[in-house]
Every structure is written in C-alpha cells, then in structure tokens.
Design a protein around this ligand. Sequence first.
Ligand code: FRU
Length: 493
Amino acid sequence: MNHQELNNSENDKLTLLEKANQAVLENSKVARECPYRLHYHIMATSGWINDPNGLIQYKGEYHVFFQHYPYSPAWGPMHWGHVVSSDLVHWKHKPIALAPEESYEKGCFSGSAVDDNGILTLIYTAHDDTAVPKEVQCIATSLDGTVFTKHDHNPVINSFPKDGTDDFRDPKVWKYKDNWYLIAATGKDGIGKAVLYKSDDLREWAYIGVVCESDGTQGDIWECPDLFKLGDKDILITSLMHMKNGKNIFIIGDMNYETYKFTKFKSGEIDFGDDFYAAQTFEDDNGRRILIGWMDMWGSEFPTQKNAWAGALTIPRELEIKNGSLISKPIEELKKLRCNEKAYEAFFVNECGTNYLSALEGDSLEIEASIRLSGEGVTRFGFVLRESKDKKEKTILYYDHHNGELVIDKSMSGLGNKAVNKTKLNLIDGDTLNLSIFIDTSSIEVFANGGEIVMSNRIYPSNNTSKYYDIFSTGGMIEVQSLKAWSLKAIWD
Ligand code: FRU
C-alpha cells in the first residue's frame, strides 16, 4: 500500500496506525534473521529509522521516539516510532505514536517532547512537499504515554519566520521560568540558523528571532537544534546540513533570556564518526543531560536493507563540560550489561608482537584500556577489532603518533562504507591514551580520553569469524597499563 492509498482512509485514523504496526510486525521475521541486528542499541523491529525524537523521562519512564518508515527499510513518509525503558538500558517497543494522517501532513518530521502538567506533549513538524509552506509545527498529546491525539487546531505555527525559509523544522521545546521556548531549524542564503519562539501554553507561539547562526562555514540548514543548560553554561547543538566534514556541532555559550542573545564561547564536534547525526538531549530526573544520536548518516550504505530494516540509535551518553569543552561519556547504567569480565595485568606490546588478546572473542563487548608510550619511536598503536580468522577482515582503531590523530580505519571492515575517520587528539600528559570502546554486532562507538573525542561508526563484517581482537604497536613499544573487557548482554528477546 502506498502513502496515497493510506491517506485515503482519512476517516479511519486508528487503522492507519494499526496498519503501520502490522507492517512492522510482518517484516520483523526477516529482520530478526539479519546477522547485523544489534544487541543493545535502539533499533526498529523492522523498517527504516533516522533521528531520535521526543526524548523524555515522563512519570519516571524513559521515552525515545524516532523517525520511522514502517513499510520499508528506506526513508519514506515519516511516522514516529516509540520505545520505552525503566532504566535507559532495556528498551521495549511501543505501538507507533504518530502517523502522517492529517490533511496538512505527509510526514511527521522530527521534534521533541515535554511534560505539560502531566500531559505528555509531542511537538513535531508536519511536512508536505506539495504544500505552501511545506513545513509547519504541530502538537499531539497523551495521558498514558502510549496513545497520542493530534491537537484540533494544528498547526500551532503555520508559517516560517522572516529570517528563514520554508525549510523550517525540528522544534525542540523546553521550559524556562514560566514560559515555554521552542528552537527550530532553518536557513537562508546558505546560512544555517536556529530560530527561537516563546509561548505560555504550547499552542500560541510568538516569534523572537535568530538565536544563533552559521559563521558561513557551518552548513546551510541547522537541523535538529537543541539548546540547554549544562552547569553554568548554555549549550547549543545542531546537525549541519550539506556538510561533508563537521556535521554535528556543539556551541558553548551564554543564553540571555532578557535580550534573547546567545553569546558563543567555544564550538566543536560532538562526534567524529561517520555514523552520527541529528542528536537530541534531555534532562532526566537526576539532573543529568543525556544525548542520543542517530547512529547512521544520510547517503550511507545500509547492508541491512536486504533484511527489511535500516538505522539505529547510539547508546545514551551523559554530557559534561570539562576544561571548557563538551565531553560525552557512556551512561553508567550500561555497566549492567557487562558479564564475563576479562581483566589483564599491565603488559608491554612489542613492535611486531601479536595475539595479546586471544582470550577475547565476540561481537558484543566493551573494552576499557589505558595505554602509555614506552620508549622512543612509536609511530602508531591501537586495537584490531572484529578481526576474521584469516585476518583479512578487521577494523583498526589506532593513534597516529606522528600526526597526533585518533583514527578508525574501516577499509577492511567488510560491507558498507570503507571510510577512514581521523581527528586530532592530544595524549594525556603527552604519553597516555584512554579508550572506552563499545562494540555491537554492526557498530563501534569509541570514547577517547574520558569522552573528549567520540567516534560512532557502523561496520558490517561479512565473515562470520570476525570476532577476534588484538592490540599492536609499530615503531616502538607501548605499555598497556590496564585493560578490562566484558561481553555485553543483549537487551532484545
Ligand atoms: C535530520 C532530518 C530532520 C527532519 C528529519 C526527516 O536527519 O532531515 O531535519 O525532520 O530528518 O526525517
């Protein structure tokens, strides 16, 4: 059934959601057989997903929604998929929350969630390429956190701001003092912008102005902007459209709620991997600021499409400001998944030495290591991950000492994109690298030096023996001061 046919059933709205749920279930058999299904990441039962949406802890429970096309593993008229968790680790699929069923929407694009006095309220973009304007902002509410009703008077913002264009989407809403604020994506004349609105009741919105914009090198639309307080600073994050490098930035600044000016202090990349986009954050009941991103990217290859699914979300990361910069760390709760611990005594790795980690095996694990240069001449050192028995397939994560760069080399990883990601990183005290590596069936997330640098990547090993690990050094010797590894339990049945 195509989208047009679906739209014809205007009078049968519940059925449209039911049909979407049914399609997801039907394709789940094929998806389940896929060797690349992830063990502990959020993914759809089947079908396509992109951006995380509506992150919130509501009545104690964590909710994550996501851009979802239930009918095939490719982007299509967007729905909002939905998962919930009581611990941010174990997720359960809920029925699809939003389907594009109204006359003003052919897709329910990205947005956010707030708790409006006990009413879970989703604020999202209704998108229709053939409408003028093509993107307007809408709300939907729920009392039980499962079934959502679209507001009778949608759209609640029905025109784009004078400083933008009709690429006007991805509303992120929060409360400051007694008012609601909404920041949304737009751009004009090649300059990406985040625009700000204000409301008393989430229904009537007044336009304030541009809160921050590109310096001319930061993309032409600032997708999925998010503005939040962290410690005594304000942080703006956004995903830059039409950029090859530098796709997801954070800007540390100061938001003045009287002048509505955001003063920039420092900016940087949230994640340097190939597969990270459209991140969103929320504050949980413990006051932590938690970020989740889409762990894929537009234009990527998706080898899982053969098996009726595509797309996943990153592990949740806690944000902090350290030494004036933004760092992200895996949330503590993920330690629950650890089992089968392997702890190594300190050891040296010689040039040309191999088989240091022969006790390690698997496709779902976490490695925590602290490595120090030992002696002169080291040019590079690091890990061989997901290596096949014949050693032909592998992903290499290393520090290029000569260039001062952390590198992840996917050129021999298997199917999919063969990129080599590099980013500048200083060793701690000039000689030490700390790594925390999360490996799942088809992903690798690396947190270096306590989350100063993060890299998220999908990998698709094609050899079913690609589950071995090693550590290496070239040009000289390194000392592995500590190394622990764990298998990580699966969260899905
Ligand atoms: C970002 C994005 C958003 C949009 C959504 C559509 O990846 O392009 O700007 O709302 O995806 O699925």
